[in-house]
Structures are given as structure tokens and as C-alpha cells.
Design a protein around this ligand. Sequence first.
Ligand SMILES: NC(=O)c1ccc[n+]([C@@H]2O[C@H](COP(=O)([O-])OP(=O)(O)OC[C@H]3O[C@@H](n4cnc5c(N)ncnc54)[C@H](O)[C@@H]3O)[C@@H](O)[C@H]2O)c1
Length: 374
Amino acid sequence: MSSSTEPVHLWLRAETKKNERRTALTPTVCKKLLAAGFKITVEKCTERIFKDQDYVDVGCELVETGTWRTAPADAYIVGLKELPENDTTPLPHKHIMFAHCYKQQGGWKDVLGRFDRGHGLLLDLEFLQDDKGRRVAAFGYYAGFAGSAIGIDVWSHKQLNGDEKYPTAKPFEHENDLIKFVKERLDAAAKKAGRLPRVMVMGALGRCGTGAADFARRVGIPEENIIKWDMAETAAGGPFREITQHDVFVNCIYLSKPIPPFLTKDLLAEKDRPLSVLVDVSCDTTNPHNPIPVYHDATTFDEPVLVVDVPNAAPLDVVAIDHLPTLLPREASEMFCSDLLPSILELRDRKNARVWTDAEKLYQQKVQEMKQAL
Ligand SMILES: NC(=O)c1ccc[n+]([C@@H]2O[C@H](COP(=O)([O-])OP(=O)(O)OC[C@H]3O[C@@H](n4cnc5c(N)ncnc54)[C@H](O)[C@@H]3O)[C@@H](O)[C@H]2O)c1
């Protein structure tokens, strides 16, 4: 159903953001796209979880890192994360990526200005929606899965090593490696503590929440120890003492409107409260309506845990990493790309594909906002 005889040309650029091992196009998906008549060029990349050769093996053309700037004018430049901030040159291509510039984030006018000056086009992955207004592809499941993994492992670490600092977290090659690692430590910790932890997941019906509960199951935590709350359970409004009665709390809600806090410092001050680990997958740290206002700084893979001191009670270990799916770059990329595939296939007739015409309209609207704000 191509509107032109030329194949759609996708150019997968190498990511430049530090520690980003995920990709917007996996070899599995490239193979399907090539079979559907696409042309795919892949930039060499040593960080990407998939090897350059994996792309060559399915039939992609391999080129040097960073050569997207001189790609043919009709190529779609595909990537995940932001382009390097220190580059201000105009962007003449069509880019498919998460540009993080539609919610007036820092530097948004500069980013949109580059597209506008170059007569390029931004088709932002965050805003590709199906006809029910849901995102066609997102990384949420593996964010919750990874957040739950780190949270449970921090609990184990505390049983096994007391107050010793929690070590740096590194991406795992495969999901099963992460499960094995966490499960072995959990089994040892549970033996020492005489019990398994109780894990409470907030926003349990969503993508992140589903991933968080699934991880707990995969390491052998029984269903009765996985407490799942969503809108119905919080309808009365917080704060909720129940949260402090579980060992690990994983917050996975999508905050769309102001709500009363789930947790306060006062609630944490309860002596002998079970809660010792908080994982804030939602990471609404800078939002004025942050429902977990007991800490203020995000954490990183280098230093995953922030210790919040609580007067007259035990401190609370907080994990608030805003790029959790990076812990499992292979599976997170595979899930994201396979969800994205139907939309990518529609690029063959982009001008008649609602998902892309909506994305283009949104881009035009954001460029107008940018011009008005200058
Ligand atoms: N830390 C990371 O690396 C990372 C990665 C991806 C997504 N996220 C964030 O995680 C959040 C959730 O994303 P998602 O894709 O799972 O969203 P989603 O829409 O799939 O799920 C959100 C869930 O939260 C529930 N919810 C909303 N308000 C609630 C409330 N007041 N009480 C109880 N439940 C409530 C909803 O009913 C829904 O089930 C988003 O803020 C997203 O930006 C973080």
C-alpha cells in the first residue's frame, strides 16, 4: 500500500546518551521490516545491547556512527533519546524519537527551533497514540519490572549486609540473569529473616504496575505477599498507613491530576514500621503534587539508593531512577519495538495513517507554541 515506489528508508542512529543500551529498532523487528520492503541503515554502536553483526545478519546496511547527518533527505532518522545538546545545527530530516521537548522541558525551544530551521519534522514516540488515546508503545512494563527487582534486592541487601551501602546497579544481558541474581540473594535473605518480604504495588493495573507484580512472582514471592492497589483502593484519598505496613512499596501510578499524598514523613515516624524500601517508579519528584513527598532527589544506577533519615524511627531506603528499563535493555527494547512495529509499517502510507498525521499535527502545534514563546 505504498504511496510511492521507493522503499521507506529507516536510518537507525547510534544513541549518544550515557549508559543507554536500548534501541528503537531491534534486529528481530528489522528482519520483519526488511521482509515488508523497507530499507534499513544501521549506525555502528558499541553500547547498543544488540551487536552490529546481528543487524548485518538480518540484512541491514551498516554505516559509521553519527553519519545520520548526511543521510539521504528522504530517510527517517530513528533513535530513542535526545540528540547531543551542544549541537545547534538545523535538522532537515524526519526524526522518530523521544525528544522530550513538548512539555516545555529545559531547552525545548532550542530543540524545536533546530527542526523548524532545517525544515525537518519530529515524530515524537511519546505521543504516538492509538484511536483510544493510548500510547502505541511504551517502556512501562520493564520500568516496573526493573524497579521491583531493585527494590526487592535492596530489601535482601539490608537483611544480608545491614547498613552497608547498596552497590552500583549494572544492566543485565538477559532477563533470566536478573531473576537468578535477585532470587539467590532473596532466598538467602529470607532464610536469615525467617520470612519473605511483603511487596505493595500502587498503580498495579497499569503497565509499570503489572511489570512490578510480575517480577515479584518471578522470584518466588507468593501472591498473598504481593499487595496490589489501584484507583479503587485510593479513592478515599491519602495518606495511607497501610503503605508503611509492607516491607517494599513500589509506586507505579500515572499522576494526571493533583491528589493528596500517599505517604508523609509523619507516617514514616512510626516506630517498628515494616516499610524499609520505597521504589518510586513514577518519579514525579519535581511535580508540585508528588504523592510521595518524603524525598526530593532522583537516584541513578551508579548510586541507586538514597537514605531518608526519619527522626525516632528507622531510615527509609529510596530508589527513584527515571530510566529503569535500561536495567534490561534487550527485553525492554524487544517489547517496545514489537509494540511499535504496526505503526512503523504504516509509514509506507504515512500521509493517510492517523497515528502519523496526528504526530505531525502535534509537531506543527508545538512549533507554533515555540514561536509564540520566543
Ligand atoms: N522510572 C522509569 O524509568 C519510568 C519508565 C517508564 C514510565 N515511568 C512512569 O511510570 C508512570 C506509570 O506509567 P505506566 O505506563 O505504567 O502508566 P499506566 O497509565 O499504564 O498505569 C498507571 C496506573 O496508575 C493508576 N493510578 C493513577 N492514579 C492513581 C491513584 N491516585 N491511585 C491509585 N492508582 C492510580 C491507573 O489507574 C493505572 O492503572 C508514569 O508516570 C511514567 O512516566 C517511569
